[in-house]
Design a protein around this ligand. Structure first.
Ligand SMILES: [Zn+2]
Length: 276
């Protein structure tokens, strides 16, 4: 029969010991020399519960923390003020979250996204990676549904952030749309970009937003349709790009943009080869 032996956490200063046989309750074999610290025990139980939920539930950590706090408040309102605050334990919670993740790749070339494995599926089990471009490495994440939403919108919002970009990528670039249902914006495409790509990308975006103050709807529609090229079968790109250039031909200064997109993405010897 297996037994467990427990010692007080202050094992050097306190002789308190317990012995526990199999599934029986632990028996005191040597007495403590101090009173139990009830608050500290409650904190430990709180943190242990949080970590268990973090391991089992893909919800954001802050959300789990909040719901557990509310849960505790409902059961035991007085105990809540002795519990740790989020910032005090967040490092430890994030370590728990990441313990089952593979180590971060050291370079962009080492990033591999395996086909049909959980790392590239959305919570609903749909494929969440639409582009994994290899020559100049960048990734884009979206679903068929989010692309449909993107195409049905008149206005889109796009921005990049460096701070939240996961290493080894330099920028997290996202495209958002207005959602009447949520009364706000929702992200429809996330992409992870290496540095250089970002500069060209932002460069042309700013240039064309700036040069088209007179007709913002048209320039946004052009930008949107051009972005959508990335998600169209490579064999149809020529035709669709022709249609786009015809449709937006009247915009001031637009020829420079057409040339840029053609040279960079559309031509057979373009800077970034077509690849989905
Ligand atoms: Zn003790």
């Amino acid at each position: 029969m297996l037994s467990s032996y427990w010692h007080c956490e202050k094992r050097d200063k306190c002789p308190g010991r317990l012995t526990q046989k199999a599934d029986q309750n632990p028996m005191l074999t040597a007495s403590y020399n101090h009173e139990p610290d009830e608050n500290k025990n409650k904190q430990e139980i709180f943190i242990t519960n949080l970590k268990r939920q973090i391991r089992e539930d893909p919800m954001p950590i802050r959300k789990i923390f909040r719901s557990e706090l509310i849960n505790r408040y409902t059961n035991e309102p007085d105990a809540v003020c002795t519990l740790p605050e989020f910032y005090q334990i967040k490092n430890s919670l994030y370590r728990t979250k990441n313990e089952n993740c593979p180590p971060l790749p050291k370079s962009i070339e080492q990033v591999t996204i395996e086909v049909n494995r959980k790392w590239r599926l959305s919570l609903r089990g749909e494929d969440f990676t639409m582009i994994d471009n290899n020559s100049l490495r960048y990734l884009a994440f979206d679903t068929l549904e989010s692309l449909k939403m993107l195409c049905s919108c008149e206005h889109i919002f796009a921005d990049g952030t460096f701070r939240s970009s996961p290493k080894p990528f330099t920028q997290l670039y996202s495209i958002h749309i207005e959602s009447s249902m949520l009364n706000g914006t929702i992200p429809v495409i996330y992409s992870l970009l290496p540095n250089k790509f970002k500069n060209t990308y932002l460069g042309w975006k700013e240039q064309y937003y700036a040069s088209a103050k007179d007709d913002p709807i048209s320039i946004k529609a052009l930008y949107q349709q051009t972005c959508a090229l990335a998600f169209i079968p490579t064999s149809s790109i020529d035709d669709i790009w022709c249609n786009i250039t015809d449709a937006f031909d009247n915009l001031p200064g637009v020829q420079v943009f057409f040339d840029y997109v053609t040279d960079t993405w559309v031509d057979n010897d373009s800077l970034y080869p077509r690849k989905l």
